[in-house]
Design a protein around this ligand. Sequence first.
Ligand SMILES: NC(=O)c1ccc[n+]([C@@H]2O[C@H](COP(=O)([O-])OP(=O)(O)OC[C@H]3O[C@@H](n4cnc5c(N)ncnc54)[C@H](O)[C@@H]3O)[C@@H](O)[C@H]2O)c1
Length: 442
Amino acid sequence: MTRTKVNIKPPRGKLGVLLPGMGAVSTTFIAGVEAVRRGLGEAVGSLTQLGRLRLGKRTENRSALIRDLIPLSQLETLCFGGWDIFEDSAYEAAAKAKVLEASLLEKVRPALESIKPFSAVFDPHYVTQISGSHLKAGHNKMELASMLREDIRRFKKDNQCDRLVMIWCASTERYLEPAPCHESIERFEKGLTNNDPEIPPSQIYAYAAIKERVPFANGSPNRSVELPALQQLAREMRVPIAGSDFKTGQTLMKTIIAPGLKARLLGLSGWYSTNILGNRDGEVLADPGSFKTKEVSKLSVLEQILEPSVYPQLYGKVHHQVSINYYPPRGDNKEGWDNIDIFGWLGYPMQIKVNFLCRDSILAAPIVLDLALFLDLAQRCDFHGIQEWLSFYFKSPLAAPGLKPEHDLTVQQLKLHNTLRFLGGEELINHLGLTYYGIVEE
Ligand SMILES: NC(=O)c1ccc[n+]([C@@H]2O[C@H](COP(=O)([O-])OP(=O)(O)OC[C@H]3O[C@@H](n4cnc5c(N)ncnc54)[C@H](O)[C@@H]3O)[C@@H](O)[C@H]2O)c1
């Protein structure tokens, strides 16, 4: 197995985490980091904080905390900023989101109150269910991008940050097909200047970030860096990018269960998924345009994992249905039901029922933290363009053109772990295991 030493710049100074959208996910992430810093809670769900890696052969009994093996930014060095269409501070937004208990929020209140969002680039044409007045105005989309770039530079200077990352945590925009302006960066920039309607705000933020050499991840299903134009720009500017749509809740369960069924070659005839959700995200997704974006992201998962063209007798006729119902009494505490119709030996049918009472933002917050630290790591290693090793965190993982994205959580984890071993100068592990039995020499 290969051992390579990668030159990783040390994480000196402060890392600024910029968040377009200061709603439930962003504020749960920020408040959580502040709570962990003060010893008020554990960073449960975060690989960068709690994750360990097995190193070397099994007989060596060696393992290390990921953060001991790889130079990652420490929580103490993080500072936070963002944009929103409302002027609420992170404290007010967190209180309204009602994800975390008021007693916990009080303990981190000063830190959260000091975080005030920049005015947003927003257009109700792309998100119809909400409206706010904390907005930028410009003659065209290029001018709006320049204003965002100015915010980025100001934030970096005012907070004396050494490096920045940006994670899109704003509302899901309505579904848009790829358009000619997305084909190259030259066309995209022309589109910004000409106010092309195919360019929604999320793409303007992504463009601004990459132009400022700030790594960017897309936490929602709308297309932002999922375009040839911005991927080209990311490669040219040597900026790491990742996306899209945080893998939490029902889809996380799907990518755990479906690979298991496929591994045992159990057939599938139908998968019916429905949710009730009462937060602002649920309200936005009540609009058919925004839901369509989410639906495309959620539906693609099963097909990619099960490969119906390779196993037509097992997965050729799967009825897959997903719905999200906005139901305010539940707030951020989503309830998801899955009815899975499977079949076994000689086609005999069986059923699996899953009832997941999850907390959306509690599942998403550690993903935001890990993406911030890993994207910063990627930039310090000069990894640029699509970061496929971060597929683990996304419902619709990005992959190079012509490559099938990897959805299976166990494969995604292996890819992530081996990338970290590679960066740590450790042997990659392929789990072959024949050397332990003398069948293959070391
Ligand atoms: N929570 C999860 O488990 C999860 C999983 C996958 C994806 N997501 C996605 O993450 C995003 C955030 O989720 P949330 O629960 O925090 O939603 P939220 O509605 O609580 O927060 C989104 C915030 O974005 C703001 N906003 C909207 N458009 C904006 C713009 N153009 N610029 C700046 N701010 C803008 C809204 O005012 C709001 O405060 C959504 O797109 C959601 O679909 C969440």
